[in-house]
Ligand binder design. Structure first.
Ligand SMILES: *[C@@H]1O[C@H](CO)[C@@H](O)[C@H](O)[C@H]1NC(C)=O
Ligand SMILES: *[C@@H]1O[C@H](CO)[C@@H](O)[C@H](O)[C@H]1NC(C)=O
Ligand SMILES: *[C@@H]1O[C@H](CO)[C@@H](O)[C@H](O)[C@H]1NC(C)=O
Ligand SMILES: *[C@@H]1O[C@H](CO)[C@@H](O)[C@H](O)[C@H]1NC(C)=O
Ligand SMILES: *[C@@H]1O[C@H](CO)[C@@H](O)[C@H](O)[C@H]1NC(C)=O
Ligand SMILES: *[C@@H]1O[C@H](CO)[C@@H](O)[C@H](O)[C@H]1NC(C)=O
Length: 641
């Protein structure tokens, strides 16, 4: 019991009398209420102050990213970003005053160094319940883990305008599914079939036979017209995100390189460790394969460009991931001015009893100019304030000239592995018919990469479009299909309206029933796509075939890294946030338009409850604007200022 609590109990009551509910909990089917949280437990109370000028963020981003804008390519420095969006002193002062009036001695209040994140030391549950007019409960997750949350909380009316959100409160604090989008159907692979092909060449190679069965770097070079040889590797940078215990094995990279890019044998990626991330391989843990696979393609397609692995540590309960840790590390302003982390989702708040903050890597890693991320979650599972703030953070990276690419998912419009959709109350089941957008794919300020597959018997001589929408029936009710759909939270950004409207109009004519399964005015994705099927890779000593937008994303990212090299070599700025450019009419001819195939929809008791999205001419929710033609994209991007 803290002495300073005794007097102000009455004040707390007065404050509550004029309070307004600020956030409510999203019920979650895998969490069961078990008990009241004990009153004397201390919780790491943190208050995210409202940032200034957030209403201008998208305009600023589009001003530097829209090829029609006079400021195109004039990215901001991190310092300028931090300064423009920092919370007002008035917000900090008002919240501090409220906390002191409510009985928290000023000595117990702290803040991030630029005063944007206010935290309260050793706050007990009893104190926070009084402050926020709420009750904390313990919920038990299906996995047996316990999580604390309240159903809703209130703030005094005069304080609401200064606060984005408070943690830990309504966030369900579920552990994020570690690998929702990665599947790696393995098949034995005949090593003899692999030939060494790595000579730079003036024109893209002919499509090798069998790319539908075994996709190699040569297939990517042919399909995506990749001939460019990097020249500005000292100024350029390219990276991927890896969460512990996922990491890579150098001997796997070497085996792959020996077959596909012999000059790279022995070449290691640069490792940027975030929050204690380690690349020590722990035999018996899962997660080596995907990072191996991604690095093998990134390094081979962009050689000799050095590739960075942002290796995030801080493993909690063996499977927790969040994106805020690496956002903290690459953007110091996120931990400081932005008020960033949501303690319920980010690993400072792993388990009860709730401990102190952990050491954080803030602003310690320079963000690579292109960051490829092959992980994701579902939009509906995360609180709206959380997704809003994280999406803003991606926009800030774009403002600084960083391209952020995320996988669009591996299970079509349904979003979940078995093809179940979501119902009105968030439950995922066989009778549900709401499509289930992925996260962060649903954020309009990142580039979401969908999946294609090479058509059977595709060849240069046969001509025509060589790819179709990725959709592989894995039998026993399990299917693989490129993610795509429409956000339920983020409105359609103006950069994609002209491209998406014809798709919606076509749907109104051909399949109007489908419109009721999603929000047609939401941010639409994927933005772009690439092959997601049957990648040859080396994982733990074996040649295997891996499928997933986990492979499509680094392929597109590699092409963006090459485009950056070409622009840097020409004395221009990196491409940054690419969506306004790739949707612009002047770039339409630089993609292979995918016009056939359908993504998966909602599986039901008897057949599909709702079909997935059908590809067609132009943008569609199965393949985005299409797959890239690197040679043409470089020409077009070099024509921009
Ligand atoms: C905000 O407060 C800081 C000190 O905490 C001060 O240096 C700065 O000038 C103040 N800004 C404004 C706009 O008053
Ligand atoms: C991992 O353990 C297995 C079984 O003990 C062994 O065959 C394999 O070589 C080990 N892998 C590495 C990379 O050490
Ligand atoms: C979910 O919503 C449906 C109606 O849409 C309702 O029948 C059902 O009881 C709800 N389930 C829960 C767990 O609230
Ligand atoms: C789905 O609907 C069927 C048929 O109405 C019913 O038998 C089944 O219990 C429902 N399942 C769920 C999970 O609601
Ligand atoms: C591919 O070629 C094989 C052999 O010529 C043929 O049997 C098969 O039908 C073809 N598949 C398609 C989809 O055209
Ligand atoms: C491939 O890119 C080059 C430019 O590097 C271009 O001249 C050529 O036409 C492109 N090939 C195709 C098939 O689009």
């Amino acid at each position: 019991m803290h002495l300073e609590r005794l007097f102000p109990a009455f004040l707390v009551f007065c404050v509550s009398a004029s309070a307004v509910v600020h956030e409510r909990r999203i019920p979650h089917s895998s969490l069961t209420l078990s008990r009241r949280l004990e009153a004397d437990v201390t919780i790491p109370l943190r208050i995210g102050l409202k940032q200034q000028n957030m209403n201008l963020l998208s305009d600023h981003l589009l001003a530097v990213s829209d090829p029609q804008s006079r400021q195109f390519g004039q990215h901001w420095t991190p310092e300028h970003v931090a300064e423009v969006f920092a919370p007002a002193n008035e917000s900090r002062d008002a919240v501090n005053a409220w906390l002191v009036e409510s009985g928290f001695h000023p000595h117990r209040l702290g803040s991030s160094h630029n005063k944007a994140w206010i935290y309260v030391k050793d706050a007990t549950v009893a104190e926070v319940e009084g402050l926020l007019d709420t009750e904390y409960h313990v919920y038990t997750h299906e996995s047996g883990e316990e999580h604390a949350a309240c159903d809703s909380y209130s703030l005094p009316a005069h304080i609401v305008q200064h606060i984005d959100f408070i943690t830990p409160t309504v966030q369900p604090n579920i552990k994020i599914d570690p690998r929702p989008f990665h599947t790696s159907p393995r098949a034995s692979f005949e090593r003899a079939a692999i030939t060494q092909m790595n000579k730079p060449r003036p024109s893209a190679p002919a499509l090798p036979a069998g790319c539908d069965q075994r996709f190699t770097p040569e297939c990517a070079r042919s399909l995506y017209n990749i001939t460019y040889v990097p020249q500005a590797t000292d100024r350029n940078s390219f990276g991927m995100l890896s969460h512990a215990p996922s990491t890579f094995l150098q001997q796997d990279l070497n085996t792959f390189f020996a077959n596909f890019s012999p000059n790279l044998v022995g070449k290691e990626p640069i490792v940027a460790s975030i929050n204690g991330g380690s690349t020590d391989f722990v035999n018996g843990t899962t997660g080596v394969g995907e990072v191996d696979w991604i690095l093998q393609y990134m390094m081979t397609l962009t050689q000799p460009q050095p590739v960075t692995v942002l290796q995030v540590g801080n493993l909690i309960s063996g499977n927790s991931i969040s994106f805020n840790e690496w956002l903290d590390a690459v953007d110091g302003s996120y931990c400081t001015s932005d008020g960033g982390d949501d303690l319920a989702f980010d690993p400072q708040y792993p388990n009860l009893p709730i401990g102190d903050f952990q050491e954080h890597s803030c602003g310690t890693a320079k963000p690579p100019l292109v960051i490829s991320v092959s992980r994701g979650d579902y939009e509906f599972r995360l609180p709206p304030f959380y997704t809003q703030r994280q999406c803003n953070e991606f926009a800030k990276l774009g403002l600084m000239g960083v391209t952020v690419l995320f996988s669009a998912g591996n299970v079509g419009a349904a979003g979940t592995t078995l093809g179940y959709c979501r119902d009105d109350n968030g439950s995922v089941n066989l009778n549900a018919t709401h499509f289930n957008p992925g996260w962060p794919a649903a954020c309009p300020w990142i580039t979401a990469v969908g999946g294609t597959q090479v058509k059977a018997n595709a060849s240069d001589s046969a001509g025509g479009v060589k790819e179709e929408v990725w959709n592989q029936d894995q039998t026993h009710g399990f299917f693989l299909s490129g993610g795509g759909g429409f956000s339920n939270r983020f409105p359609m950004p103006r950069y994609q309206k002209a491209a998406v409207t014809p798709f919606l109009n076509r749907l109104k004519k051909t399949n109007p029933a489908q419109l009721k399964h999603f929000n047609p005015s939401g941010r639409a994705y994927p933005d772009i796509s690439a092959n997601a099927n049957n990648f040859v890779s080396v994982e733990e000593g074996e040649f295997v075939l891996s499928s997933g937008t986990s492979g499509a994303t680094p392929t597109v990212a590699s092409i963006i890294a090459l485009i950056n090299d070409a622009r840097l070599s020409a004395g221009k700025t990196p491409v940054g946030f690419i969506n306004p450019t790739i949707y612009s009419p002047q770039f339409a001819g630089a993609f292979n338009d995918i016009v056939s195939g359908t993504s998966q929809g909602c599986k039901g008791w008897q057949g599909d409850r709702a079909g997935g999205f059908k590809a067609g001419p132009g943008w569609d929710a199965a393949s985005g604007v299409g797959t890239p033609n690197a040679g043409l994209l470089i020409e077009k991007w070099l024509s921009l200022p």
